[in-house]
Design a protein around this ligand. Structure first.
Ligand code: HEC
Length: 152
């Protein structure tokens, strides 16, 4: 029960409750990072559905989702260059990213670290550890969005 609650909270925190096609019209680096963020969202959704019992439990799928987030998470900082292209409409990136880039980069590191924990929980096929790691991971997404992504 406690885990299910965490999962629901993590889904809400990661902003995966309602899919929004905010990236319509985006090009270049903005488009690229929106697609990368969407890939992470899809990975979170796949695991979230499983933990809610909406799809069959499969540790392999969890492992793949974790790998996607590790891969994309490692590239977050590089996808926010401090230039004009990065500030293009319809980007939801906040100016604070570039004023506090070290913190922004550290928050991206937290996501990678949490995804690595999810990956090892998946390798152990440990459902409780997967649920806990998933909840922690979801919080790292929202920790960054709170300060650096404009509300829709
Ligand atoms: C270090 C900061 C940071 C982390 C960590 C982060 N995001 Fe984001 N995310 C952003 C920013 C900034 C934007 C807005 C980008 C833009 O519009 O240019 C964004 C946008 C998004 C979007 C909207 C994409 C679109 O098409 O408009 C989704 C979905 C998303 N993030 C999901 C996630 C998920 C899921 C995680 C965790 C696994 C995550 N993010 C981790 C900073 C972060």
């Amino acid at each position: 029960m406690r885990n299910l609650l965490f999962v629901l909270l993590a889904c809400a925190a990661a902003g995966i409750a309602g899919a929004v096609l905010a990236h319509e019209g985006a090009t270049g680096i903005v488009r690229e990072r929106m697609d990368a963020m969407s890939a992470m969202k899809d990975a979170m959704t796949a695991v979230g559905r499983m933990l809610k019992g909406e799809s069959p439990f499969d540790a392999v799928v969890v492992g793949e989702a974790a790998e996607t987030i590790i891969e994309q998470g490692e590239r977050i900082a590089a996808r926010f260059p401090d230039n004009q292209e990065s500030r293009q409409h319809p980007s939801e990136a906040r100016e604070a990213i570039w004023a506090e880039f070290d913190r922004f980069e550290a928050l991206a590191g937290d996501t990678v670290e949490a995804a690595i924990a999810l990956s090892s929980a998946a390798a152990d096929k440990d459902r409780t550890a997967i649920a806990d790691a998933f909840a922690t991971l979801g919080k790292t997404c929202s920790a960054c969005h709170e300060d650096y992504r404009k509300p829709e």
